[in-house]
Design a protein around this ligand. Structure first.
Ligand SMILES: *[C@@H]1O[C@H](CO)[C@@H](O)[C@H](O)[C@H]1NC(C)=O
Ligand SMILES: *[C@@H]1O[C@H](CO)[C@@H](O)[C@H](O)[C@H]1NC(C)=O
Ligand SMILES: *[C@@H]1O[C@H](CO)[C@@H](O)[C@H](O)[C@H]1NC(C)=O
Ligand SMILES: *[C@@H]1O[C@H](CO)[C@@H](O)[C@H](O)[C@H]1NC(C)=O
Ligand SMILES: *[C@@H]1O[C@H](CO)[C@@H](O)[C@H](O)[C@H]1NC(C)=O
Ligand SMILES: *[C@@H]1O[C@H](CO)[C@@H](O)[C@H](O)[C@H]1NC(C)=O
Ligand SMILES: *[C@@H]1O[C@H](CO)[C@@H](O)[C@H](O)[C@H]1NC(C)=O
Ligand SMILES: *[C@@H]1O[C@H](CO)[C@@H](O)[C@H](O)[C@H]1NC(C)=O
Ligand SMILES: *[C@@H]1O[C@H](CO)[C@@H](O)[C@H](O)[C@H]1NC(C)=O
Length: 832
């Protein structure tokens, strides 16, 4: 068998021929030159369906003739035979049967010329005396449509060469078509794919590791495959070399695509391993200026943050060609503009960009900020290699594409007005460090004012209390009734309470005297009963446990708070009752109980389909937004969890249980408490560790809730250290691998909107970021969830994932490892 193979093989591997042409020994059309390693062959060939012949180069030993280089692609031999010869003046000549010269390489500065086919496939003209590596002419300087190992594409300033790759017109015609790839030497050099004078696509600049616009191993160095991108005064070129026993080529094909392929002798095919353009976003024309293209979105174009469509009407009809314009003009004078960082992007077209490799990223930022015309900056080299450099743009930003996670893709910093930065949480921390001192001064001032105010208020109160005391002294009546009355008084004084008071008798009869049959469950500070008023209205009755002194405070808190809040996604408080020692809250009745009841049930029925889940997520987000921003008070819920989401008849979610909620003054951003209350698994790291709560700690709980709703799994909380990953870890690792959809609750099968699920997962992860500043506000959450055009930032590793627990602890006292994660429980219950 091996012998047979060898015999067969030899039958089509031509007899070992010469590799050299001398003036005395030209090459006729029935001969071929064979490189001395027998890898390449060069000779006359006729393309399929053509009677014209050309001098071409092909691989000698593969079973499919593959022309990788053509000498006279525009000047064929039209007679039946032809000759390739070298003249005394060093010029390679192709002559036809009539001895007419159809093609010549031009005169070379050699005295005793020979032409040789080298082992690389390069046909060179050199001195007869020997190969000194200096060739006065070489075929590799004139690539056709294919780049093979050792060939370069790009510009050689010394030799005055401009090497491009141009596609064949058709299989039967190697003459140049309109499609070609060339090196754009302007700005930060990049390869361009063009059709005629039109730019089709670009690779983006080289960052020392890869083309920033083509994050693919097909164009960068890996073991056995070396890529070189040379950018200096002599040349700007791209080439590759390989010592692997494979045949590899890169071609601009006739449809105008760049293809990398390797030869597979077993199948007899060139196996394409990669091609570009990959998707719609790779087309330079995909979207207009100041847009970002996300191939996973529909429509693919979106305005960069801080920009708005230039022609909203065209934009509406998904014609994004006019691109976007700034919402707020830059304020160059004061340098208050900031930068929005877009991670994982194909950098905007660098044709008109400025490059300075000596600058650090910080200097780059300063350089950009100090020049009014500068619109963006980015590192010019692969930051992972510890270098930076600086690219600045002064013009429109075009052809920005969003990639998913790739460590070697640069961050892109777009300059926008301060006013437009606010809704960009990720950029905030980086670009507005100067804000912090102001905030501190502001807070200190407010504290002083508050203190002064408190003293004044205290004085007045004591004075008034004394007055009231004096007037009441005559009918002072100690006892429980009096206490309740005073509580009621306090309640109605402290707030303009518009809450009906029900008497105990009514409630008792509505709940059949608080019968066990009517009991719905046990809340944080007492049982909850179902009841029916005389008019048939169903109610839920929360009865504060008499023993709970803690509960009294929370009871008041809740009454005060929720009476003032009205939103379709918050549970409605209908009335309250303060009588004897009873403290009772009366709510609207929620027939579908709470979310956890459905979500974590063993056998889920069809009620919780994706549509419903999405509706619940949106509803919770709206409710929270109302609490955080839109209500008269600014409220932090602090105990958002599945069991606190009640569901009405139509499965609309209603946030309940405001016992732990806090009202915020209009200017406070975060609060601090000694007593950390809440539910493990939903608590944000900074709240659990340091008792700091804010809208962002609610956002964290919301994120956990979203991921639970999608996965149908409960987040076990912090303690489930490795190997039992918690839900956040689980989701994060799947997300990183791009296996987002594996997160989805199995009971959903495949009946869900992929786009919505992907967005929800992304938003969920953004909400559970470790750093509060990285979490979005609820307003952004709603925007991101509600628009399938929104571009979602790529999340980082979530807070409280197993690795982060150890990190968190390092900031404390011990150098605990993740295996000691359980110790955090102590920190959790009694924070520092
Ligand atoms: C090639 O063809 C020429 C005539 O065109 C003939 O003289 C020569 O012998 C042929 N060579 C071979 C190797 O067949
Ligand atoms: C090639 O030449 C032959 C004979 O000269 C002719 O019959 C045939 O049509 C030609 N083919 C093409 C594609 O021109
Ligand atoms: C080089 O030599 C060839 C063949 O002898 C001739 O046709 C051509 O004109 C010469 N070129 C120059 C520039 O002398
Ligand atoms: C070659 O010469 C012959 C006769 O001289 C002529 O008929 C033919 O057209 C010529 N061919 C070319 C391609 O010039
Ligand atoms: C040709 O080469 C010789 C030495 O090899 C050099 O001195 C001469 O300048 C060259 N001429 C041209 C036109 O490049
Ligand atoms: C090749 O050419 C360069 C400059 O043209 C010269 O410096 C070098 O010595 C040459 N190499 C050889 C081996 O002659
Ligand atoms: C190289 O050639 C291409 C295609 O003709 C052209 O667009 C480009 O400007 C050239 N580059 C240089 C540096 O001359
Ligand atoms: C060019 O390459 C693309 C991508 O592989 C392929 O779809 C297309 O058919 C190719 N065109 C031709 C003419 O081979
Ligand atoms: C700002 O940038 C432009 C374009 O790069 C440049 O021409 C100009 O000199 C710069 N101005 C300053 C003050 O550096």
């Amino acid at each position: 068998m091996p012998l047979l193979f060898v015999l067969l093989f030899m039958s089509f591997s031509h007899a070992v021929g010469r590799d050299t042409i001398t003036p005395a020994q030209p090459l006729t059309s029935n001969e071929t030159l064979i490189s001395s390693n027998e890898k390449f062959a060069l000779g006359f060939f006729k393309p399929v369906n053509s009677n014209k012949s050309y001098v071409g180069l092909w691989y000698n030993k593969i079973s499919k003739r593959t022309i990788v280089w053509v000498a006279n692609r525009k000047d064929p031999v039209t007679t039946s035979t032809g000759t390739l010869s070298i003249s005394d003046n060093g010029s390679l000549l192709i002559t036809d049967q009539n001895s007419t010269v159809v093609w010549s390489s031009g005169v070379a500065n050699v005295t005793n010329p020979v032409a040789q086919l080298l082992n690389t496939g390069n046909l060179v003209v050199r001195e007869d005396e020997g190969d000194d590596g200096n060739y006065s002419w070489q075929g590799f300087d004139y690539p056709t449509d294919t780049l093979i190992a050792g060939m370069k594409v790009g510009v050689d300033f010394v030799k005055g060469l401009n090497r491009t790759m141009t596609a064949w017109t058709s299989d039967s015609d190697p003459s140049p078509s309109q499609y070609y790839a060339m090196m754009d030497i302007h700005g930060d050099p990049q390869l361009l794919l063009c059709a005629g004078s039109k730019k089709l696509g670009r690779t983006g600049p080289w960052n020392g590791y890869q083309f920033t616009g083509l994050p693919t191993s097909a164009t960068r160095t890996y073991t056995g495959f070396d890529v070189s991108f040379i950018n200096n005064k002599q040349e700007i070129t791209y080439s590759f070399n390989t010592n692997l026993p494979i045949l590899s080529k890169m071609t601009v094909n006739q449809s105008g695509l760049v293809q990398r392929s390797i030869w597979e002798e077993s199948s007899g095919f060139w196996n394409e391993i990669w091609h570009a353009p990959v998707d719609q976003c790779d087309s330079i024309q995909a979207c207009g200026p100041f847009t970002i293209c996300n191939p996973n979105n529909l429509p693919i174009c979106d305005c960069l943050q801080g920009f708005t469509p230039k022609s909203p009407e065209k934009w509406y009809y998904t014609d994004a060609s006019d691109g976007c314009v700034r919402k707020t003009q830059l304020d160059c004078k004061d340098g208050t503009d900031g930068f929005l960082v877009i991670p994982y992007t194909k950098l905007a077209d660098t044709t008109k960009a400025n490059v300075d490799t000596s600058l650090s990223l910080e200097e780059c930022r300063t350089k950009c900020l100090n020049n009014c015309t500068c619109t963006a900056y980015a590192p010019s080299t692969d930051v992972d290699n510890g270098k930076s450099g600086c690219i600045t743009w002064t013009d429109e930003l075009r052809d920005v594409k969003l990639f998913t996670n790739d460590a070697h893709v640069q961050d892109f910093y777009v300059r926008i007005a301060a006013a437009d930065l606010d809704s960009a949480p990720s950029a905030f921390s980086k670009s507005r460090k100067w804000v912090i001192p102001f905030v501190i001064i502001f807070v200190v001032t407010m504290l002083i004012l508050a203190f002064v105010g408190y003293i004044v208020w205290k004085r007045r109160k004591t004075r008034r209390a004394r007055a009231i005391q004096e007037s009441k002294n005559s009918f002072h009546d100690p006892g429980s009734r009096g206490l309740a009355a005073r509580n009621a008084l306090e309640l109605s004084q402290g707030s303009d309470l518009e809450l009906p008071l029900l008497d105990l008798g009514t409630i008792a009869s509505a709940t059949e005297n608080f019968s066990a049959d009517n009991k719905l469950g046990e809340g944080g500070f007492g049982p909850v009963y179902k009841g029916m008023l005389e008019d048939g209205k169903e109610i839920a009755v929360k009865r504060l446990a008499k023993t709970s002194s803690q509960g009294l405070v929370e009871f008041k808190n809740e009454v005060l708070l929720i009476a003032k809040l009205q939103h379709r996604n918050l549970v409605r408080l209908l009335a309250c009752c303060i009588e004897a020692e009873e403290r009772i809250l009366v709510y609207e009745y929620m027939p579908n109980k709470s979310l956890d009841f459905f979500l974590f049930a063993k056998s889920k029925d069809e009620v919780l389909n994706w549509q419903t889940r999405f509706k619940i997520i949106m509803g919770i987000a709206r409710g929270l937004l109302y609490l955080h921003q839109d209500s008269r008070l600014r409220v932090i819920h602090r105990d958002l969890k599945a069991s606190n989401i009640l569901l009405d008849k139509e499965m609309n979610p209603k946030i309940s249980d405001f016992g732990m909620a806090r009202i915020f003054g209009g200017d406070e951003a975060e609060g601090n408490t000694k007593k950390v209350v809440g539910t493990y698994g939903y608590m944000s790291p900074e709240y659990a560790m340091d008792g700091i709560f804010s809208q962002k700690s609610d956002a964290f709980s919301f994120g956990v809730l979203v991921l639970e709703i999608i996965s149908g799994k409960k987040n076990k909380g912090v303690y489930s250290a490795a190997p039992h990953k918690n839900l956040l870890d689980h989701v994060w690792s799947l997300f990183k691998e791009g296996n987002n959809l594996q997160i989805v609750d199995e009971s959903l099968g495949s009946s869900y909107d992929v786009n919505e699920v992907m967005r929800c997962i992304n938003v969920g992860l953004l909400c559970v970021q470790d750093h509060p500043g990285d979490r979005p506000l609820m307003s952004s959450v709603l925007l991101m969830l509600g628009s399938d055009r929104a571009i979602l930032p790529y999340p980082k590793e979530p807070g409280f994932s197993v690795r982060n627990v150890s990190y968190q602890m390092e900031s404390g006292s011990s150098k605990a490892s993740s295996s000691a994660a359980c110790d955090t429980s102590a920190t959790l219950i009694e924070p520092r």
